[in-house]
Design a protein around this ligand. Structure first.
Ligand code: SAH
Ligand code: SF4
Length: 354
């Protein structure tokens, strides 16, 4: 299978053009066809010579994903099931927010981090997605709107689907550069959020990239014992290491970090934990933001249940009292299993509920 041209950043398209005896402006035209005009076949590039189009066709495919199922929720959330060239299946979600259209992308088939509350981690990582396969998810969601002539544009992207983005760092970074490029989709860096379970060394590396996208860290517990029992990644990157990296990120970028905290009834949602969390964030409270996330029950993880409203509000009140910015996250698409942590990488075709 040929690689997708969506896997090339603009610099790489320019390099491709020059290596193939073309002028730089040819790369500009190609980029424009891909991301502004959003062609569905290379032949649609009417101002590009047939020789060049043939070279492109020889070396690349356009969109490597096949759309298998589209499910629309009553609140406008859309879940897409896409097939990769090797038959594996991934999910992508579109959420309609008051500020625009937000897409949640998948970065790996399965996830090796194996958090104890998450559906995506139930299947071990089968492979990383290529950068072309990640970008292609955005292109297909955008096509859904282009086909309906709705004039709507994907304006926000969250890297919060299946997989740990920092375990597929290079491809995710290339994807971020492509969707952020001013001459292409031009999705503003401040409208893009990457969520990590806390790979500390990668957080430092990310701080040095000079890319202005938002960083979210899945915290879920304010002390090592509890966090290790919920997320085994905490053994490799305990809170001391994680916060060392977060402090480095904040100092280097001067950007705010979002902390995701799933509210698990009587596990991590007491006033004691709220107080500990406030202490943990005390030094960086001006540049941190806590998202309290309602737990979406996963049948295989029946040790957890959703925190009731009174526990959530008591937790919230403690954070507020300590001056911590915090919000209780709204849910989307729960009726079609499109909510956070509900995405499962289905690796076999026969598992599909067509
Ligand atoms: N691997 C990355 C990004 C994907 S998970 C990470 O862990 O951050 C995206 C978010 O969904 C994370 O904050 C994760 O903790 C959350 N999530 C996973 N399972 C969930 C569930 N069952 N209910 C609510 N949120 C969940
Ligand atoms: Fe992987 Fe994130 Fe799920 Fe943990 S929460 S298993 S890191 S996808």
């Amino acid at each position: 299978m040929k690689p997708s041209i969506y896997g090339l950043t603009r610099e790489e398209v320019i390099k491709w053009a020059l290596d193939n005896g073309e002028k730089k402006f040819r790369a500009k035209q190609i980029w424009d066809w891909l991301y502004r005009k959003r062609i569905q076949q290379f032949d649609e590039m009417t101002n590009v010579s047939k020789v060049t189009i043939d070279k492109l066709k020889e070396q690349f495919c356009l969109n490597p994903l096949t759309q298998k199922i589209v499910q629309e929720s009553s609140d406008g959330t859309v879940k897409y099931l896409f097939e990769l060239p090797d038959g594996m299946l991934i999910e992508t979600v579109l959420m309609r927010q008051h500020y625009g259209l937000s897409v949640c992308v998948t970065t790996q088939v399965g996830c090796n981090i194996g958090c104890t509350f998450c559906a995506s981690g139930l299947i071990k990582k089968q492979r990383d997605l290529t950068s072309g396969e990640i970008t292609a998810q955005i292109m297909l969601v955008q096509k859904y709107f282009d086909d309906r002539n709705l004039g709507e544009r994907v304006s926000h992207v969250v890297v919060m689907g299946i997989g740990e983005p920092f375990d597929n760092y290079k491809n995710v970074l290339s994807f971020l550069k492509t969707i952020n490029d001013d001459n292409g989709l031009a999705i503003g860096a401040r409208h893009i959020t990457v969520s990590t379970s806390g790979l500390a060394h990668k957080i430092k590396e990310f701080a040095n990239e000079g890319i202005q996208v938002n960083l979210a860290v899945s915290l879920h517990a304010p002390n090592n014992d509890l966090r290790t029992s919920i997320m085994k990644i905490n053994r490799a990157f305990p809170l001391e290491k994680l916060f060392d990296a977060i402090h480095y990120y904040i100092q280097t970028t001067n950007r705010r970090v979002t902390f995701e905290y799933i509210m698990l009834n009587e596990v991590n949602d007491s006033v004691k934990e709220a107080t500990e969390l406030s202490q943990l964030l005390k030094d960086i409270k001006k540049l941190s933001y806590v998202n309290l996330i309602p737990y979406n029950p996963v049948s295989e993880h029946d040790q957890y249940s959703r925190s009731p409203k009174n526990r959530v509000s008591a937790f919230y009140d403690v954070l507020k009292k300590h001056g911590i910015n915090c919000v209780v996250r709204q849910e989307h698409g729960t009726d079609i299993d499109a909510a956070c942590g509900q995405l499962r990488s289905k690796t076999m075709k026969k598992e599909m509920a067509v």
